[in-house]
Write a protein of this length. Structure first.
Lengths: 243, 303
């Protein structure tokens, strides 16, 4: 974990209420897909935990929904703004579990970490399939970016306005996969858990105090004992999860 | 050369800075970030007789200049603290430790302190009496002078180490409670614990925290801490460990002028993991600015 100053170099709306920020700085502590950063904003006491979408050299991409005053402030921030950011938080996804045909399932704000994960798996010579679930067409983002990685992308929308009409689990039937990785709202994670036929990794979200394991604000019970989502997670494996 | 040394209940500290219980775990994870031997001491995670998972999540809500928490004393229980946590802490910290103990009955406090008492590097017990008394209708031990004195006396019987009673600010007269602790044999008091609060999620129209209420900490509560330390200083002769919203070396000096001998840093560790290191580094310069040669001499200086 490092506390570093990251400078905003671009900020754009990429879908309904969804923003992509690119930041530059020392990212040497970000070691795995599925990790997150924790951003200090002027005027707010606690930091904002945001998942890592992509890292290229010293350039970080994050994608987030503007849901409260903090993320709204981030969405409006001007290029050149600097944010004090704790980097390299969380365990991230274990690539060694993937097998040859991993399935990546992202829902809404759970889509971004799937991007760096897909990129890393492709680099290892794997052939991932990616299912991205959204509520409606206006909220869909990063379809082309995933396709540019050379992976198969399946879009689902709850209202059928793009791709398969339904939930991510409706797209899982036709896919032959060796392992799965998923991130999204908890009801989606639970549905994926029940539908899946292999082992898999789940990334959880929880309200956090510190983001690095000190406050015990985000604890959960697992079959392997109590875990802190921020430090022992956010990625938990299927076998340990207690719903 | 600025002298930052202070003496707390007969034990000398290199400086008055002590990370507050619940914001620093058992220390060893912060030792990955900086050498925690620069600290005066540290107060470890509130320990109970049996393991506790604590409250359901969400346990945290943000506030102006602070936060609410309702962690609910999650800890592995005294036996695992002794067998697993303290050995890990000992590898990276070589000073007297403040052992923070909580309980839900008099018997639980007594038994937890008794089991920890043979750990040679525990310098002080900090007894958190803000927990509800399960045999007393759920009222916190810390809200009446009688129950505060009762717990102090009970713990006094099982240890010769200094006992510091950690006081709740959610009371009408904190000085009366501090006096009761002194009468019961306490060697010191620490204050303030968090202020009870609530935040409501406008979308869900329900409290953000699953436990509904949580304890308010952070810079917003510093003035409450300063006022209460000031009042308690006038009421008791035993030393005071001041805390509540401390974020800078100036805050440390302010609490000491109000009456504190040492100062705990809590919530700030959660937003700046280097907070205690930074405050210790600031102390000499801020002391020079206010013409303080020795921190030990300023306790109660505002009276």
């Amino acid at each position: 974990m490092k506390d570093v100053r990251l400078k905003l170099i671009s900020n754009r709306k990429i879908a309904e209420n969804t923003y992509e920020s690119r930041l530059v700085g020392d990212l040497s502590d970000i070691t795995a897909a599925g990790q997150f950063v924790n951003i200090k904003l002027d005027g707010f006491y606690l930091r904002r935990p945001i998942s890592v979408c992509d890292v290229v050299g010293d350039e970080l991409t994050i994608i987030y929904k503007a849901v409260g005053r903090g993320t709204e402030m981030m969405a409006r921030a001007e290029v050149g703004t600097e944010w004090l950011t704790l980097t390299g938080l969380g365990n991230g996804y274990d690539l060694s579990k993937s097998g040859e045909r991993p399935l990546l399932i992202g829902g809404g704000a759970g889509v971004p970490p799937m991007y760096l994960l897909a990129k890393k798996l492709v680099a290892l010579g794997k052939t991932p399939t990616v299912i991205l679930g959204f509520n409606t067409k206006a909220e869909v983002f990063y379809k082309e970016e995933f396709e540019a990685l050379g992976v198969k992308v399946i879009i689902t929308t709850a209202d059928g306005s793009e791709g398969i009409c339904g939930f991510v689990t409706d797209a899982m039937d036709g896919v032959d996969y060796s392992y799965f990785y998923t991130c999204g709202p908890e009801p989606m994670l639970k549905a994926v858990y029940n539908k899946s036929t292999t082992s898999g990794s789940f990334s959880f979200e929880e309200r956090m105090g510190c983001g690095f394991g000190a406050c015990m604000g985000c604890s959960c019970e697992t079959k392997y004992g109590n875990k802190r989502i921020c430090r022992d997670g956010p990625v938990l494996v299927k076998e340990e999860i207690i719903w | 050369m600025a002298n930052t040394k202070v003496t707390l209940c007969g034990i000398e500290l290199d400086n008055p800075i002590i990370p507050a219980s619940g914001t620093f775990g058992f220390g060893y994870e912060f030792a990955e970030l900086y050498d925690i031997n620069i600290l005066g001491s540290l107060s470890f995670k509130g320990t109970t007789l049996n393991p506790r998972f604590g409250n359901p999540t969400p346990r945290i809500a943000e506030c102006p200049s602070g936060m609410l928490n309702a962690v609910g004393l999650q800890n592995p229980g005294v036996d695992r603290v002794k067998s697993e946590e303290l050995p890990k802490l000992r590898r990276v910290f070589h000073k007297p430790i403040m052992a923070n103990v909580s309980g839900f009955s008099r018997e639980e406090y007594v038994e937890t302190v008794r089991r920890l008492d043979d750990e040679a590097d525990i310098g002080w017990f900090e007894i958190n009496i803000s927990c509800p008394n399960v045999h007393g209708g759920g009222m916190s031990f810390g809200t009446s002078p009688e129950s505060a004195e009762e717990i102090t006396r009970a713990v006094r019987e099982v240890t010769k180490k200094p006992i510091i009673i950690k006081l709740s600010p959610n009371v009408t007269d904190i000085a009366a409670i501090a006096k009761a602790c002194e009468a019961g044999g306490a060697d010191g008091v620490s204050l303030i614990n968090t202020l009870m609060g609530m935040r409501i999620d406008l979308r869900r129209r329900a409290p953000i925290i699953k436990n509904k209420t949580g304890g308010y900490s952070g810079p917003a509560i510093l003035p409450v801490a300063v006022r209460m330390v000031y009042q308690v200083y006038e009421a008791v002769k035993i030393p005071i460990v001041g805390m509540g919203g401390v974020a800078t070396a100036e805050d440390v000096i302010e609490l000491m002028l109000a009456g504190a001998t040492a100062v705990e840093v809590g919530a700030e560790n959660l937003v700046n993991p280097f907070a205690c290191r930074d405050i210790i580094a600031q102390l000499p310069e801020v002391m020079a600015k206010y013409r303080i040669n020795s921190l030990a001499e300023i306790t109660g200086g505002a009276h």
